[in-house]
Design a protein. Structure first.
Length: 727
């Protein structure tokens, strides 16, 4: 059994309620939880683990298990009640099928690099556990420490046995007492146990009345589905007590096996420094860090942040989100009290608090002062017309053809900028783009061709649904921002929508992706849904409401997976997933986009099914957030496994936009917004300012030219933040 609990408060500011210590990669090689799973999986004859964790972390656990290719039963606690109820719950589950089974209970957040030595300790203690002893693992101390409890071993449980009875437990002592305990043969208490489940249950029932009955009621009132057993509400009535206080300090069956292998609970940053790879100067470094004349220090810059360390000795510097921790590595025991002191400070003056308003101000300033002027001055072709597809780092356009989707997206961008209040020449930019669309991309049949050359000659005359959807969206944005264009643009939009239905709609429901081709994709339909909703806000015609409703109905009935809330990329003609491998692709960014559109539709229409699907898709999108880097990955398999360490810019923007809709708790929203915004802004670190890096192959920033097409995603995210951010 693996217990996932504890906030890791001494690992401020990295460990949070949303992603606590067990699920962080603190020393490399995966999260502490993943390393624990692999450690117990290596035990000969071990059953798949039972994992006890808070209900909020079930999705995270599933993702990390899938990444390892491991299985396990998750016991989901409705609220934390400390280690005793958690252990008893797992023991009761084991006892259902193996009443005298031996259980190994391990914490999910301990660092034990030597898997073989760990297995040897378990094997050496097994016979004593089978004989009815409750065994803890006593670590040979590396020196006096105030961070750990101690155990004084007593006599062997049998002649010649390695396992010894517990003479006494000692809570975390001061340094002098710790030295004395070590001289007396004292061991660090690892807090991991080996026992027969019937013995533990009997001792818990005898020594902590009501504990076993309360947990049993929670199990009886729970529900099991898809590898998760959700404990019932009665779990909240169980006593909140540790296994040490409930059983171990009272029972006469307590025993300890001395083990001598590297072990740490990684409870504070000094322990992480000691367990991490170090350079020749003794520095443990992660992230973008420049260490100059610095020794024996831990320097950790999370994504989007940078650290320059000059002349440091024996310090930890942790930069994460909008918080920075700097402390002497020998003061780890005092971190919690120091962080508590932060909470007692008076609130910052208005405008200085790390709320959503500050993030909004920073992003809007970049948008208005850097991005919009740059892409109008250099990204628009002021000679031939239209917009360039990409800009190199010297602000010259690359030699790429003009894609209709880029022209439409740039119209949308500048119309949206006008609606947000940008004081620049947005109206001129909108008309500039519309003129090019009509003169160069519109075909005689009213559809819009895919590509033209930079001088406007036809390069690809075919039409596809994706491009038509963006032309419709651009028209809706322009009609909203420029009332004098509303009449003619509405007429053109009705004509285009009619052509779309005539060419791309199918009698069996849904739309094909390209004219004359049996290609069925979710992305073009999603953007047609977006365009229909945009026109629904502009034009009172019932045509747009009907189109949006038809797409929502088809999506819920035919496109979204039945067994889990996710949307695939490609489909067969009957809207079943295409054959491997294309049909297995799940893009987290598209889960966020569909979630936002369905959520918007559901709120406007009161469609409860759409709202529930939107919530589920948002959760699926979050499983694509890489726990180590904080970036949304490009692709997952349909089982949630990553297909590779690549993260483009646009999914980061869609995550930020979705966060604003689905994170309702103010504190959770602030934290989620900061994380998403930091990830997005890390793509904006360019010279000159106003451009962006579009990708992160292997999670390193791409050197390719900046793509204009990303602007649509960026301004959508910033507008969502601008509409809803706190002051």
């Amino acid at each position: 059994m693996i217990l996932c609990g504890g906030p890791g408060s001494r690992l401020w500011p990295l460990s949070t309620d949303q992603r606590p210590k067990p699920f962080l990669d603190l020393v490399g090689g995966g999260s502490l939880f993943q390393r624990t799973v692999l450690r117990v999986a290596a035990l000969a004859g071990a059953a798949p683990p039972i994992i006890v964790a808070g209900a909020a972390h079930v999705g995270l656990i599933r993702r990390q298990l899938r990444d390892l290719g491991q299985d396990g039963l998750i016991l989901a606690e409705p609220q934390g009640r400390d280690s005793a109820p958690a252990i008893i719950a797992a023991a009761l589950v084991i006892a259902r099928t193996d009443p005298q089974g031996v259980a190994l209970m391990v914490a999910s957040d301990h660092h034990v690099p030597d898997i073989g030595a760990f297995a040897g300790g378990v094997t050496a203690a097994l016979s004593a556990a089978e004989a009815g002893h409750i065994i803890t693992f006593g670590i040979a101390p590396g020196g006096p420490s105030r961070a750990y409890g101690y155990i004084r071993p007593g006599d062997p449980v049998s002649p010649g046995a390695a396992v010894r009875r517990v003479g006494a437990f000692h809570e975390k002592p001061d340094e002098a007492r710790a030295r004395a305990l070590i001289e007396e043969g004292g061991l660090w208490n690892s807090g991991n146990f080996l026992f027969r489940v019937d013995v533990m249950l009997a001792e818990a029932a005898r020594l902590c009345p009501g504990l076993v009955e309360g947990v049993q009621a929670a199990l009886s009132g729970g529900a099991e589905s898809d590898g998760v057993l959700a404990l019932g509400p009665a779990f909240g009535d169980c006593p909140k007590i540790s296994i040490d206080f409930a059983v171990m300090e009272k029972t006469d069956r307590a025993a300890v096996i001395p083990v001598d292998y590297a072990w740490s609970d990684l409870g504070a940053w000094d322990a992480i420094w000691a367990a991490s790879p170090q350079d020749g100067a003794g520095n443990a470094i992660k992230g973008r860090v420049a260490a100059v004349q610095t020794r024996n220090s831990l320097l950790r810059a999370e994504p989007g942040l940078e650290i320059v360390a000059l002349g440091l000795r024996d310090l930890a510097v942790i930069a994460h989100d909008h918080r920075v921790l700097v402390y002497s590595l020998d003061r780890a025991a005092d971190i919690k009290s120091a962080v508590d002191a932060l909470g007692r400070l008076p609130p910052p003056p208005p405008g200085c608090a790390p709320g959503l308003g500050q993030t909004r101000q920073r992003l809007v300033k970049w948008l208005w002062s850097d991005a919009l002027p740059t892409w109008w001055s250099f990204g628009a072709d002021h000679v031939a017309g239209g917009f360039h597809d990409r800009l190199a780092w010297d602000l010259t356009p690359t030699d790429h053809p003009r894609r209709v989707r880029v022209q439409a997206r740039q119209v949308f961008v500048y119309a949206t900028a006008g609606l947000m209040g940008w004081p620049g020449p947005w109206a001129t930019a909108v008309r500039h783009g519309l003129d090019w669309l009509e003169a160069r991309h519109r075909r005689g049949d009213g559809l819009y061709r895919t590509q033209v050359t930079r001088d406007g000659a036809v390069r690809d005359d075919t039409a596809n649904l994706y491009d038509q959807a963006f032309v419709l969206l651009a028209m809706a944005a322009a009609a909203t921002a420029l009332p004098d264009l509303r009449g003619p643009l509405t007429a053109k939009a009705h004509e285009l929508a009619g052509r779309i239905v005539g060419v791309f709609a199918r009698d069996q429901g849904g739309f094909r992706a390209a004219e004359g081709a049996d290609a069925f994709e979710s992305d073009p339909i999603m953007h047609l849904f977006e365009a229909a909703q945009a026109w629904r806000d502009v034009d009172s015609s019932l045509h747009w409401d009907a189109l949006a409703r038809d797409i929502a109905t088809h999506f819920l009935a035919r496109m979204m997976d039945r067994d889990r809330p996710q949307i695939r990329e490609t489909f067969a003609a009957d809207w079943s997933p295409r054959a491997e491998p294309a049909g297995r692709v799940i893009e987290p960014g598209h889960q966020f986009e569909w979630a936002w559109l369905l959520g918007r539709w559901g709120r406007q229409t009161g469609d409860a099914r759409a709202l529930a699907a939107a919530e589920g898709l948002y959760g699926t999108g979050l499983t694509g957030v890489d726990p180590d880097s904080g970036f949304v990955l490009d692709e997952l398999t349909d089982e949630g496994a990553s297909t590779g360490p690549s993260a483009r810019l646009w999914p980061q923007a869609e995550r930020l936009r979705a966060v604003m809709m689905f994170e309702r708790d103010p504190e959770a929203r602030r934290e989620a917004v900061h994380a998403a915004a930091r990830a997005l802004e890390s793509y904006f670190t360019t010279d000159p300012r106003g451009l962006w890096r579009d990708g992160r192959p292997d999670l390193h920033l791409s050197e390719d030219a900046a793509m204009a097409s990303s602007f649509y995603h960026i301004i959508g995210a910033i507008r969502a933040l601008d509409d809803q951010a706190e002051g």
